[in-house]
Write a protein that binds this ligand. Sequence first.
Ligand code: SF4
Length: 268
Amino acid sequence: MSEKKVRHILGLSGGKDSTALAILMRQKYPDLEIEYFFCDTHKELTETYDYLRRIEDWLGIKIHYLESERGFDHWLDLHGGYLPSPRQRWCTELMKIKPLEKWVGDDVVVSYIGIRADENRDGYISTKPSITARFPFKEYGLVKADILHLLEESGIGMPDYYRWRSRSGCYFCFFQRKYEWVMLAQEHPDLFQKAIDYEQNHRDGRTYTWTQGETLLELVARKDDIIADHQKAMMRQQQTQPNRPLAEALATVLDEEDDTLPCLACHL
Ligand code: SF4
């Protein structure tokens, strides 16, 4: 009986680390047959879809778009209108992990994950015994600066949203920091309004909030303060490390506000 073929998979999130990982794998293992996938919630920024197309073009790869059988609104309904949150992350489970597990089935799989050598976080590592996780950045000792270098050198560069947001994911993701919400309102007012609608439009008349302690309307009402604080923090960064790339400085400043580590299924 012939042995079952091992599948090699790499999840792209539309973020910088998973993209850099795809570049690294191409450099180190040019002959390895890798299947690339993206778990599409249909709630991502257009910049993310643009970036995924750019990755396909530059690397000459095909990305498999995986999706849940039902959309976000269906699952929200099923959860009685309770918006997902860091403690109730049903969106990741239902819209990212389950579609992935369905796609791999019972195949024997090696999953390449872009956790950097300078990171200490856990992520989704399937409990399926048929899936083995590998962390090539850790194996090669690559840190944040190496990742930025890989992206620059390849010509792919950063996703456009890195001007104002340091994490990939849904436009309403509750892992966003206050400044990122303010910038969402500026860059994508239509999406910001939809996020407000998700907070307000519930049959029970209640208002749920995406961020802890305040509604998006309350948050945006103090946008001048949030922007001023952000600019001060950016200035401090530029004074201490003047040659730092802007994207790196932005990520550091946003992490100062909230360094909760989001999940690997969505933010790499
Ligand atoms: S990006 Fe955020 S909101 Fe979207 S599925 Fe992931 S955790 Fe949930």
